[in-house]
Design a protein around this ligand. Structure first.
Ligand code: PMP
Length: 439
C-alpha cells in the first residue's frame, strides 16, 4: 500500500515500527507531486534536527527544500506565530488592512529595494503573478526561460519550467522559448569558460530573438540566479550581466525567480545581488514563510501599477504567515547571516572537494552560499543517477537528509543556522556514506 519505489523499500528496515506501520497503510491516498526519496515519517524538529515518529534523529541538510532558513522551531518565529494566533488568523488583505502584511511589505522593501509587493501562497503563484504582470505591462505574450529551469507546475509557470518531460507533456503552454543556461560542467555549446565569452548568454540575442520569439513579442525573460531543481547550477559571474544587458537593449523585462535562492540562501537577501544585477521583478516563496505557505512578487511601484482587482487572491498576506515571515527575516538580518552563509558555504565546498580525491564519482562540486551541488558521474563523466540514488539511500541509513536534483546531482541546502558541530557530524557521516555507496 505504499508509493515507495522498489529500491526504497529496503529503507523500511532502517525506520522504526511506527513509521513502518504508517507507511504500510494506504499512503497512496495522497497524490504525491514528487517521488519521495525516503520512507521518513516526521514528527518534530529543532534547528537542523528532525525527529521521526519513532524518535530517530536525522540531520536535515536540505532544510525542507530550502525552506527552514531560520531553523526548525525557531523560538522567535514561534513566538510571533503564537502572539498572532492570540489575536486572529485571517482577514483577507484584499479587503482590509492589517499590521503583519504591511510590516512585512516594508521589511521586504528595505531588504530588496523594490517598492511594491504582491503576496501569495507559493512559488508557482508568485511566478504566475509575474507572468500576468509582464503580460499586462507590455501587452506582449511571449515568454523566455532557460533549459533545466524550474518555475512551478501551474499552467503558466509550467510553460517556463523546462526540466523534465514528465512534468510538461499533456499540458498546454503559453508561447515560450528556451535558451541555454551557463551549465559550465556540461557546456551545452561545448565551449570552455572563460574563453567561451559567455556565448550561452549571448544566444538569447543571437539565436532566440531571431529564430523563436522577437523582442517585440516577448513580455519577459525568466531566470533563476542559480538553477535549483535543474541541478544546483551556478553560472559564472558574467552570465546574468549578459542576460540583463540583452533584456535592457531589447526592452524586455527580466524576472528573477528567487523562490529557492532568496531570503539569504546564498548570503545576500536576493541571489542576483551576487552578480551585481537587478531584475525588474523578483519572485519569492519557500523560505519567505519560515515553514508557512507564503509567496511574494516584488517590483517597483511604477511597474506594478495595475489597478486593484486585476490580480488578487484570498490567502495572500495571511496574518500568521506574515508574522512568521517577518520574525524570520528579522532574525536572519540580525544574526549576521550573510557572512555566516558565505563562510559555511565555502567550508562545505572545501570539505566536499577534498572528497573528490578519494571518490572520483564526484565529478563536480559547485555552489553559492548554502546552495551546494555535487554532480555524480561515471568514469567517462557521463551522468550516473543510479550511483547518486545509492548515495542518497546510504545517507538516509546514516541519518542525514539529502535530496536529488537535476539528472545526477545531490543538493546540500541546510538551514542557515546549522551549527559547526552539526555540519561536521553531517559531513563525517557523508564521508562514511560515500565509502559504503561506492564500495
Ligand atoms: N521556482 C523555483 C525556482 C522553485 O525552486 C520552485 C519549487 N521548487 C518553484 C518556483 C515552485 O514553488 P512552489 O513549489 O512553492 O509552487
Amino acid at each position: 500500500g505504499t508509493d515507495l519505489d522498489e529500491e526504497k523499500i529496503e529503507l523500511l528496515d532502517f525506520v522504526g515500527p511506527k513509521a513502518r506501520e504508517i507507511i504500510g497503510q494506504d499512503c497512496n491516498i495522497m497524490s504525491a507531486c514528487a517521488a519521495r526519496p525516503y520512507p521518513l515519517v516526521v514528527d518534530s524538529a529543532k534547528g537542523s534536527i528532525i525527529r521521526d515518529i519513532d524518535g530517530k534523529e536525522y540531520i536535515d541538510l536540505v532544510a525542507g527544500i530550502a525552506v527552514m532558513n531560520a531553523g526548525y522551531s525557531n523560538p522567535e518565529v514561534e513566538a510571533a506565530i503564537s502572539a498572532q494566533l492570540e489575536k486572529m488568523t485571517h482577514c483577507g488583505y484584499g479587503d482590509f488592512f492589517a499590521e503583519p502584511p504591511l510590516r512585512l511589505a516594508k521589511k521586504l522593501e528595505k531588504l530588496s529595494g523594490y517598492s511594491k509587493v504582491f503576496f501569495c501562497n507559493s512559488g508557482t503563484e508568485a511566478v504566475e503573478a509575474a507572468i500576468k504582470l509582464a503580460f499586462w505591462k507590455t501587452n506582449r505574450q511571449g515568454l523566455i526561460s532557460f533549459y533545466n529551469a524550474f518555475h512551478g507546475r501551474t499552467l503558466g509557470s509550467l510553460s517556463l519550467t523546462c526540466s523534465k518531460v514528465r512534468q510538461k507533456e499533456h499540458f498546454p503552454a503559453f508561447r515560450t522559448a528556451h535558451s541555454h543556461y551557463a551549465y559550465c560542467y556540461r557546456c551545452p555549446l561545448k565551449l570552455e569558460y572563460p574563453s567561451c565569452g559567455i556565448e550561452c548568454g549571448k544566444e538569447l540575442e543571437n539565436l532566440i530573438f531571431r529564430r523563436d520569439l522577437s523582442p517585440e513579442d516577448t513580455a519577459a525573460v525568466f531566470v533563476e540566479p542559480v538553477q535549483g531543481e535543474g541541478g544546483y547550477i551556478v553560472p559564472p559571474p558574467e552570465f546574468h550581466k549578459e542576460v540583463r544587458q540583452i533584456c535592457t537593449d531589447n526592452d524586455v523585462l527580466l524576472v528573477s525567480d528567487e523562490v529557492q535562492t532568496g531570503c539569504f540562501r546564498t548570503g545576500s537577501f536576493l541571489a542576483l545581488e551576487n552578480f551585481g544585477v537587478r531584475a525588474e521583478i523578483s519572485c519569492l516563496a519557500k523560505a519567505l514563510g519560515a515553514g508557512l505557505p507564503m509567496g511574494a512578487m516584488l517590483a517597483d511601484r511604477e511597474l506594478m501599477d495595475w489597478p486593484p482587482g486585476v490580480h488578487s487572491n484570498t490567502f495572500g498576506g495571511n496574518l500568521i504567515a506574515s508574522a512568521a515571515s517577518l520574525a524570520s527575516l528579522e532574525f536572519l538580518e540580525r544574526e549576521n547571516t550573510e557572512n555566516r552563509v558565505k563562510e559555511l558555504g565555502s567550508y562545505i565546498k572545501q570539505r566536499l572537494e577534498e572528497l573528490q580525491d578519494n571518490f572520483p564519482c564526484i565529478g563536480d562540486v559547485r555552489g553559492l552560499g548554502l546552495m551546494i551541488g555535487l554532480e555524480i558521474v561515471k568514469p567517462d563523466k557521463s551522468i550516473d543517477p543510479s550511483t547518486r540514488d545509492k548515495i542518497l539511500n546510504e545517507a538516509f541509513k546514516e541519518k542525514i537528509l539529502l535530496l536529488p536534483c537535476g539528472d545526477s546531482v545531490i543538493r546540500f541546502s541546510p538551514p542557515l543556522v546549522i551549527t559547526a558541530e552539526e555540519l561536521d557530524l553531517g559531513l563525517e557521516r557523508f564521508e562514511r556514506v560515500m565509502k559504503k555507496a561506492t564500495a
